[in-house]
Design a protein around this ligand. Structure first.
Ligand code: ZN
Length: 473
């Protein structure tokens, strides 16, 4: 990817959940940015709410890279979890097989979404050694204790507990929702670090007996391995702030004695479908692949970029129709601008594209304000359209606009049309071959008949210098 010189090095401000305000973005080490985003628990297909987080962080990484930052983007794969074990039992398969299958599906989805900025996917089960080491250090430092079903974190021992979610130890009671309902815990909000396995469950040996990791510990074990005990950005959906991200801080800062674990906590807003939370029971649950059967990835990426990443998005037919219109506008403009030619007869106008780029960047530098940035892009489209309509856009101006659009496409991935391969049916290919044969035999009448047959079926033949081309008519 082409990297630009940073024009406004200290302008970028990002909102961090920890401080509840925007802060100047200054990575810990020069231009190196270590970024971690919570990956999927691989027990089912991902939905468009997940897609929102993954698309937005893809845009953020690509923007930072355009600005000359050197980003290392790490994601975990939760491939051992109660949800996986339960689903595998329902499906009469092994947890390992189920997890591998859905990991494959997840990666396929990311490929179709053009999310290609992740440098490393780290499976929990491949970091058991690191996980055991962290649990061991937490026990040694007195932040953890053992009871009948596992090793638990004692949240009352960590004085900063609750600083991310603004909860107290007492308010942490509802954190028992995912996995940890043991009655002999010291505090209701204590969470499991290492769970002793039941006989039929997957397990790994540890100094405390056979078991498997709790959910929160895998993230800090993985980030410690690749980034050390502190790093730049942690991302994820808003609903992970508590208890998940709060637990990560409690674990890593207790282990290392260093704070903060993460300099900037970025959380994405919720996605609702027709005004309601997505739920299979409401019939408004849309997986990524269901969406892509009906609409394009361009449309989804535009839809996500049209809202600020922290704001809610409501997915509806109207919102999709609006995106379709906007994509059509972009396509129409791109076609027109490519046909702008130099002219010797006429002095044409060269719009100040740099000024639009500057406005675009200012919007992005304000906590990645993509809706404001896209408004600037549409302003430029209007300006360009008006000039083209009066045959007044200079060739140099058109080139500058096109270069800007290319940069936008590298960041957002919805500007250029997908090159759709036309699928030519087998019967047309057979007819085409017959026609070729007749032509070689100089049987012009038969060759024409074959051509007519092809045309009747909705295709058209072009005889070019490079050979015969066939297109849908
Ligand atoms: Zn996580």
């Amino acid at each position: 990817m082409k990297k630009n010189v940073i024009q406004y090095p200290n302008m970028l401000k990002v909102y961090t959940t920890l401080l509840r305000k925007k802060e100047s973005f200054k990575p810990r080490k020069g231009r190196k940015v270590n970024l971690f985003v919570c990956g999927p628990t691989v027990y089912d297909y991902s939905h468009i709410g997940h897609a929102r987080t993954y698309i937005i962080f893809d845009v953020i990484v690509k923007y930072l890279e355009e600005k000359g930052y050197d980003v290392f983007y790490l994601q975990n794969i939760t491939d051992i979890d109660d949800k996986i074990i339960n689903r595998a039992a329902e499906r009469k398969t092994t947890p390992e097989k189920l997890a591998r299958d859905f990991e494959k599906e997840y990666l396929k989805d990311m490929k179709s979404l053009k999310v290609d900025s992740v440098d490393k996917y780290a499976r929990a089960t491949e970091h058991i050694k690191e996980i055991i080491s962290q649990v061991g250090r937490l026990l040694k430092r007195g932040f953890a204790y053992e009871i009948e079903d596992g090793i638990y974190y004692d949240i009352s021992k960590f004085k900063d507990y609750g600083k991310l979610s603004k909860r107290t130890v007492l308010q942490a009671e509802d954190s028992i929702s995912r996995i940890d309902e043991s009655k002999s815990k010291k505090n209701k909000g204590d969470f499991c670090l290492w769970k002793f396995s039941k006989p039929e469950e997957p397990s790994w040996p540890s100094p405390w007996g056979k078991g498997r990791p709790g959910w929160h510990i895998e993230d800090t074990a993985i980030t410690e391995k690749y980034f050390g005990s502190q790093y730049d950005i942690h991302g994820g959906a808003k609903d992970l702030i508590f208890p998940h991200h709060e637990a990560e801080i409690a674990q890593m800062e207790a282990v290392s004695g260093k704070k903060p674990l993460v300099k900037y906590w970025l959380h994405t807003g919720f996605l609702t479908v027709r005004g309601r939370k997505m739920a299979k029971s409401l019939g408004n649950f849309i997986t990524i692949r269901e969406f892509l059967e009906k609409d394009s990835v361009r449309l989804l990426r535009l839809l996500m970029a049209k809202a600020h990443y922290r704001s809610p998005i409501d997915y509806s037919e109207e919102a999709v129709a609006q995106c379709r219109k906007e994509l059509a506008r972009i396509d129409e403009f791109a076609d027109k601008i490519k046909s702008v030619r130099t002219s010797k007869q006429k002095e044409k106008t060269e719009p100040d594209v740099a000024q639009y780029e500057e406005r675009f960047e200012k919007a992005m530098e304000d906590d990645f304000n993509t809706p404001k940035a896209l408004a600037v892009v549409f302003d430029l489209l209007n300006k360009g359209n008006a000039l083209i309509a009066g045959d007044d856009l200079s060739y140099a101006g058109a080139k500058n606009i096109l270069n800007f659009l290319k940069k936008l496409d590298r960041i957002f991935g919805f500007i250029s049309k997908e090159k759709t391969k036309e699928i030519i049916p087998e019967e047309i290919i057979v007819l085409l071959k017959e026609r070729e044969k007749y032509r070689k035999e100089k049987n012009w009448q038969k060759a024409d008949e074959a051509r007519e047959e092809i045309e009747k079926k909705g295709f058209r033949i072009e005889d070019t210098k490079e050979g015969v081309k066939i297109k849908k008519s």
